[in-house]
Design a binder for this molecule. Structure first.
Ligand SMILES: Cc1cc2nc3c(=O)[nH]c(=O)nc-3n(C[C@H](O)[C@H](O)[C@H](O)COP(=O)(O)O)c2cc1C
Length: 140
């Protein structure tokens, strides 16, 4: 059985519920999945995991200067090596995410293989397009 972990950083709950929606979708596909706040992340949780999803809300000036929030940056700093695992990033936002995914990748530099999937959503729901992207990510 494949295993996944989904880490989220959320202020008001949107990103948490979006992460849980991703988790429910993976579980329905038979993947053993844990959903966890970045505040509760522990290095041993990634042992034996095939897929790592890491998400945060979009923090910026709504049209420019988007970046990951501080707790997510701290989480990225403390993460163990994730090479050999498939990596997905996700965010929720209101207007524009700008360079957010690029900044998230920079914080993970040296610890991960290239990111295989990015998902963004203005709601806490997983839409059909995002489901298709996840299907492709799991197959590739
Ligand atoms: C201080 C602050 C800055 C934000 N900056 C942006 C932004 O630059 N672009 C954007 O689209 N949304 C921005 N948002 C909106 C949030 O990213 C969005 O509402 C998100 O879904 C919140 O997730 P959460 O409910 O998990 O906290 C900002 C919100 C706050 C409070």
């Amino acid at each position: 059985m494949k295993k996944a972990i989904i880490y989220y950083n959320s202020r008001k709950g949107t990103t948490k519920y979006f992460g849980e929606e991703i988790g429910d979708y993976l579980k329905a596909k038979g993947i053993e999945t844990k959903v966890c706040s970045v505040l509760d992340a522990k290095p041993e949780q990634v042992n034996g995991v095939d897929y790592v999803f890491m998400g945060c809300w979009t923090h910026g000036l709504f049209i420019v200067l988007q970046h990951p929030p501080k707790p997510w940056i701290e989480f990225a700093k403390d993460l163990p090596d994730l090479k050999g695992k498939k990596i997905a990033l996700f965010t929720t936002y209101k207007l524009a995410i700008g360079p957010l995914f690029k900044k998230m990748q920079n914080k993970l530099n040296g610890k991960i293989d290239p990111v295989s999937l990015t998902l963004k959503s203005k709601t806490d729901k997983l839409n059909d397009l995002n489901k298709q992207l996840i299907d492709k990510f799991l197959l590739d």
